[in-house]
Each structure stands twice: as C-alpha cells, then as structure tokens.
Ligand binder design. Structure first.
Ligand code: SF4
Length: 226
C-alpha cells in the first residue's frame, strides 16, 4: 500500500521525538504566563520574550487583574526586551481585560468555550493573529488546534509536503487534515518543529545533522537529498 501523508507526518514526528525527546511545552509556570508569552514572542525570539516575562514577574505584574488595570506605559517599560513594547503593552492589557471580564481570569472557563467560537473571539482582539490565537487554544485550552509558524512552513515546504509560500491555513490543513485531532500530539509536534528550525533546518540548513533528512529509508527531504 502506498504511503499516505498521514504515514509521512507520523514518521517525521517519531524521528523528531527519537532525536530530541519530548519537549514539554509550553515553557511557562502558569496558563496566564503562557498567554502573555504568546503575545510577547510575536516577531521576536523567545529569548527576548522570556526576558520581558521575567521583568513582569520580578515587578509582581504577571497577574491578569494588575495588567488589566495598569497604565500601558508602565507595562511597556517592563517589556522593552520584547521590542515592540508600546504596541505589545496595549495588546497584553487588552487581552488581560477580556480575560478578566469574560472568563473570570480562569483558564478552565476559557477552555470550556467551544473551539471555533473561542478562536473567533480571540482573533477579534487587537494584535491577535492566527499563530497567537492558536498557541493559546492549544497550549492553554488544550484544544486540538495545530499551531503554524515560520519554521513549520519552511521545513515542510523544503521537505516537499507543502508548496513554497504556503499560507497559514494551507499549512494548518496539512496537519489537521492528516493527523488525528490529538492535543498532546499537536503540542509536542509543534515544539519539535521549533527545535528542528532552531538547530538544524535554519535559514541555511545543516542537512547532514538533520534527524529527518531520511526516515527509516521510507521518506527523504527534497532539499536534504543532496
Ligand atoms: S534535510 Fe535539510 S532542508 Fe530538509 S528538513 Fe532537514 S535540515 Fe531542513
């Protein structure tokens, strides 16, 4: 029987897992920290976002009620490492206000909302794109929603499973349409992709060290083929 996309995606995940181990995402102590982190990491490295989160924590401000009531300028001063700090301060405060007012600052209340409805609500917030929204749906609300980022598009188009320049939705459909809707799997699969993108499938790929260049003699990356 010919291999299916489902087989390929599962083989790739298994090879990544074997190489890197479980990634235990998201790197945060609380659901609220995950949500703030999803906003602060927009367009910057995780290192920058993590420093901004540490600043909020050290100032005792990593709290939805405090952030909802804070002056945007006070938040901005603390999150300078996240670069677009004025814009992100507004986004963090705007989200904190909705989180408090509509979900009682309770992640379980938020998670109890139907996935499509919650996705629409979050996408309607200022500065919330699909990646930020889906990160919250998956890593906070445990919804089986596949998170797509630049690494996902780069790796899977190089691999030959996506056309170059694939859209967010097209990339998400590759996974959602071919894998069982499993939040645990989606959680770690995305984390593995980020690990591969950071270490091996960089802008200039290091194919000879790539754990998915060839998987069990069954599939090979189109670029890494050499
Ligand atoms: S073989 Fe090279 S191009 Fe292909 S996924 Fe690995 S690092 Fe990226």
């Amino acid at each position: 029987m010919p291999a299916t996309l489902t087989d390929d995606l599962n083989l790739i995940y298994d090879a990544l897992f074997a190489a890197f181990g479980h990634q235990h995402w998201w790197p945060a102590k609380t659901p609220f920290e995950t949500m703030v982190g999803a906003i602060l990491t927009q367009n910057v490295s995780w290192k920058n976002a993590a420093q901004a989160i540490r600043n909020l924590e050290d100032a005792g401000m990593l709290d939805p009620h405090l952030l909802a009531a804070a002056e945007a300028a006070d938040i901005a001063r603390l999150i300078v490492p996240s670069r677009y700090y004025n814009q992100k301060a507004e986004r963090v405060r705007g989200f904190a206000r909705v989180y408090v007012a509509e979900f009682g600052a309770d992640p379980e209340t938020m998670a109890s909302v139907e996935t499509g409805e919650l996705r629409e609500r979050l996408l309607a917030l200022r500065g919330f794109g699909k990646e930020t929204t889906d990160t919250i749906l998956l890593y906070v609300c445990k919804k089986p929603v596949f998170v797509v980022d630049a690494y996902t598009r780069r790796i899977f188009s190089r691999y030959g499973l996506l056309p170059e320049g694939a859209s967010y939705d097209q990339t998400q459909r590759l996974f959602a349409g071919n894998l069982a809707p499993d939040a645990e799997l989606f959680n770690d699969y995305h984390a593995q992709i980020v690990r591969l993108g950071n270490t091996t499938c960089r802008r200039t790929p290091v194919c000879d060290r790539c754990p998915i260049r060839e998987v069990r003699g069954k599939i090979r990356c189109a670029v890494g083929r050499g």
